[in-house]
Design a protein around this ligand. Structure first.
Ligand SMILES: O=C(O)CCC(=O)C(=O)O
Ligand SMILES: [Fe+2]
Length: 332
């Protein structure tokens, strides 16, 4: 099954009349309830910027392993810098994770990640985790500046999508602003190299998980297959983004905020369906995360006698940190 995920043209939404926005927002509410994924086109992120981002990121992953290991996190268990193949187990972040063979396998990906470009605030726990040092590579030369530009573009796009979400939840359009005064979002590039061709190799490249924050903006490499979402009937559905569109998905904090009205849908990355050999896959993921101390409590409008609060309050930053740590080998 393909293309079951709805698409929103953001420029159309933003230019619409109140009535037009309400209609489009109702469609977004539907998408977030039914599958937790949608495609965003009309976003205005310049193609020249995404081209530059792909260019430096591909050059980085193509460096000799020793150069990449130079920029592994200087803090043991730190979230930023290079993570080599086999060092993360996304499936372990899932509550009540099934103890199957597949879930015990590390993800077959290498990554590079960074956090906010601002100076840290006063909270030492926040500083230690969300503002852990980013060991930037010296090569390619434009890597850091391009990542900075991309991070800012994604931060702004995420804020615009949150405005759409406010409309979809019939909240005031600036409702979320106070939760994002100093967000602790992360940017990550993922490279799934072509490893192993035998049938004995597991076909899972990133274990089944839901994302931890409010929303994720994903840009898979053009034509990149392998991302799948778990449908309510238990089947896996392929996600193929239309050219130029971003894949957006709801994370756990949005599901908690909406008291489960919206789905933080489980997804994974597998070897291309029906393919006996591995083709490489690359993707860029921006994980939007509210302020470290933002308290996420179900909206009163989503709590009814029929649907009592299903989630207790959590703090954004600690929720993220604990989820991240659950996927790292030192935790096992
Ligand atoms: O690589 C992808 O396309 C998806 C990765 C993902 O779901 C994640 O890192 O949370
Ligand atoms: Fe994910």
């Amino acid at each position: 099954m393909k293309h079951v995920i709805p698409e929103l043209d953001l420029s159309v939404f933003e230019a619409a009349t109140d009535a037009g926005r309400a209609r489009l927002a109702a469609g977004v509410d539907d998408a977030c309830r039914q599958c937790g994924f949608l495609f965003i086109s009309g976003h205005g992120v310049p193609a020249a910027l995404s081209d530059a981002m792909w260019e430096v990121t591909k050059q980085f992953f193509a460096l000799p392993e020793a150069r990449k290991l130079d920029v592994i996190s200087p803090v043991p268990g730190g979230p930023y810098g290079y993570q080599r193949l086999g060092s993360e187990y996304l499936a372990r972040s899932r509550d009540g994770v099934p103890d199957t063979d597949t879930e015990q396998q590390p993800d077959r990906k290498e990554t590079f990640s960074c956090g906010p470009f601002r100076a840290p605030g006063a909270d030492p726990e926040e500083t230690a985790f969300c503002f852990a040092p980013v060991p930037w590579p010296e090569q390619p030369e434009a890597f850091r500046s391009t990542w900075h530009a991309w991070y800012i573009a994604m931060e702004q796009l995420a804020a615009r999508i949150m405005t759409v979400f406010a409309h979809a939840l019939t909240l005031p359009s600036g409702y979320f602003r106070e939760f994002f005064t100093a967000p602790v979002s992360a940017l990550r590039a993922l490279n799934y190299p072509a490893v192993g061709t035998g049938r004995q190799e597991s076909s899972v490249r990133a274990g089944a998980h839901s994302d931890y924050g409010t929303l994720t903006i994903l840009l898979p490499q053009a034509g990149g297959a392998g991302l799948q979402v778990l449908a309510p009937d238990g089947s896996w559905v392929d996600v193929m983004a239309p050219p130029g569109a971003f894949v957006i998905n709801i994370g756990d904090l949005m599901a908690r905020w909406t008291n489960g009205r919206w789905a933080s849908t489980v997804h994974r990355v597998v070897r291309e369906a029906g393919c006996d050999h591995d083709t490489p896959r690359q993707s860029l993921a921006f994980f939007q995360q509210p302020d470290w101390n933002a308290e996420i409590v179900p909206f009163s409008s989503c709590v009814t006698p029929d649907r009592p609060a299903a989630f207790g309050p959590v703090r954004s930053g600690r929720y993220l940190r604990d989820k991240f740590r659950s996927t790292q080998p030192s935790q096992t």
